[in-house]
Design a binder for this molecule. Structure first.
Ligand code: ZN
Length: 462
């Protein structure tokens, strides 16, 4: 297919950065060339896609995805993850540095990732680097090679090849990242608080919840904020599960610390009260907490306290989830901690957002513009705006569907949303102006890096 095809996409609900309105969107050479009054554009040679009342949204930018390839491709992989992304309206993913082998903690690790993704991506892909004990000298080469920042853990990560940072290591790593101007993204749970919590293995969710208390998040975030204050590093708190950390973040921002935070669809759509005993598909760390906490997260989201809502898609093979329905023990203490939701994050959030009176522009802000801003891609991604990549989705906000894991594009049919009726259906996805067909071939892998979305096409080279 030629790159230069021209199309007019018409919808009575085009979701622009501030609100939605009827409009025609002209797509040329993969970019949004013009936004005009509904029904006004007649461009010679342009194909018309009239969506009627189906909304046109910017494609989602999901900055928290564990693809696990190379090394643990049995868990997910670029082909399956990016097909799931496209089917779910996500047009850019940024891959986390761990659970793949090697992890993205060295330049060689990044090159292995870039080689693995070649020819296997249905959406645009970028990479985070990782900070682990002993790789301080690797940060600058990774930064120069175009990672979006560096992830670290303050407590054990769950995989041996990605150890966590002790307090002194965190301080040194943040100082180096401040020097580089790189964003420090952090899994904030405190190992001492986790060790001090009661540990009762078994299938009861309340036992698991007690083993990962909110205090572990609070202690880790306050340690991170203190280190960010001393070093001047820009910090981002990943997957905030407990609303108890929000006052700390507010105070730090008021004091001039550059800190942002994200939360995830499962913390907004699910609550501990709904998790069945043995329901290890719901296990993630930090954990899904109670209803009151969930409501507090929604209030914070509405108040603009989270820059992004991103999936933290972190699947494993079904056997590692120890699912009782597959003969597993359902033991929360042992099951892999990670939720697969890349394809259904948008409807999961929209279902709840709409119920609370939010509009599509709010959701696009949380799931598209916000994450694009987090990684500095906001000049090219995350909004329907002239000059942006024509990454778009046709989204039926009134459509409903029942989640069946085996109908999703994820590699494995495991999801905590199984059997739930969600509102909002992605009807079509455009990547840089072209309709994505997940049953067909990918267009050619495009890797994104800071500052530009159009750095590379057709391969992983520079
Ligand atoms: Zn994660």
């Amino acid at each position: 297919m030629p790159l230069s095809q021209t199309a007019v996409i018409r919808s009575r609900r085009v979701v622009l950065p501030d609100d939605e309105r009827p409009a025609d969107v002209l797509v040329q050479d993969g970019l949004i060339a013009r936004i005009a009054a509904h029904g006004s554009l007649a461009v010679e040679g342009a194909r018309l896609a009239d969506l009627g009342d189906t909304a046109l949204l910017p494609g989602l930018v999901d900055t928290h995805v564990h693809v696990n390839e190379p090394g643990r491709t049995a868990w997910e992989g670029f082909a399956t993850a990016t097909r799931a992304a496209a089917a779910g309206g996500v047009t850019t993913i940024v891959d986390m540095p761990l659970n793949s082998v090697p992890p993205t903690t060295t330049l060689a690790g990044l090159e292995a990732k870039r080689k693995a993704v070649e020819g296997r991506a249905w959406v645009d892909v970028g990479f985070w680097g990782g900070t682990v004990p002993g790789n301080l000298a690797d940060l600058e080469p990774l930064h120069r090679a175009g990672v979006f920042g560096f992830k670290s853990f303050l407590a054990p990560s769950g995989v041996d090849e990605f150890p966590h940072l002790e307090p002194a290591g965190l301080e040194t790593a943040l100082a180096e990242q401040a020097r580089l101007g790189a964003l420090a993204i952090v899994h904030a749970e405190d190992p001492a608080e986790l060790a001090a919590a009661p540990h009762q293995p078994g299938p009861r969710y309340r036992d698991f919840l007690a083993s990962r208390p909110a205090g572990a998040e609070v202690a880790a975030v306050s340690r991170l904020l203190a280190a960010a204050r001393r070093t001047g590093a820009r910090a981002h708190v990943l997957h905030v599960s407990s609303a108890a950390v929000l006052p700390l973040l507010r105070r730090a921002r008021a004091e001039g610390v550059e800190v942002t935070a994200e939360t995830c669809p499962h913390y907004l759509a699910l609550a501990a009260e709904h998790v069945p005993d043995g329901g290890t598909a719901f296990k993630c760390c930090p954990p899904i907490r109670d209803e009151a906490n969930r409501e507090a997260l929604w209030e914070a989201l509405a108040a603009g306290e989270f820059i992004a809502v991103v999936s933290d898609h972190s699947p494993s093979t079904p056997d590692l989830k120890l699912l009782p329905e597959r003969g597993g023990s359902g033991d929360f203490a042992v099951a892999w901690g990670g939720i697969a939701s890349l394809q259904i994050g948008l409807p999961a959030v929209w279902t709840e957002a709409r119920r609370r009176g939010h509009g599509l522009a709010d959701v696009a802000g949380w799931m598209s513009a916000g994450p694009a801003r987090l990684v500095g891609l906001d000049g090219r991604k995350g909004a329907i705006a002239v000059g942006h990549d024509a990454d778009l989705i046709a989204f039926d906000p009134d459509g409903e569907f029942t989640v069946h894991a085996d109908e999703l594009q994820h590699r494995h049919p495991v999801t905590p949303y199984e059997g739930r009726v969600l509102t909002g259906v992605v009807r079509r996805t455009w990547l840089r102006g072209r309709v994505v067909d997940v049953t067909g071939e990918p267009f050619g892998t495009r890797l994104v890096r800071p500052g530009t979305a159009a750095a590379e096409e057709g391969g992983p080279g520079r």
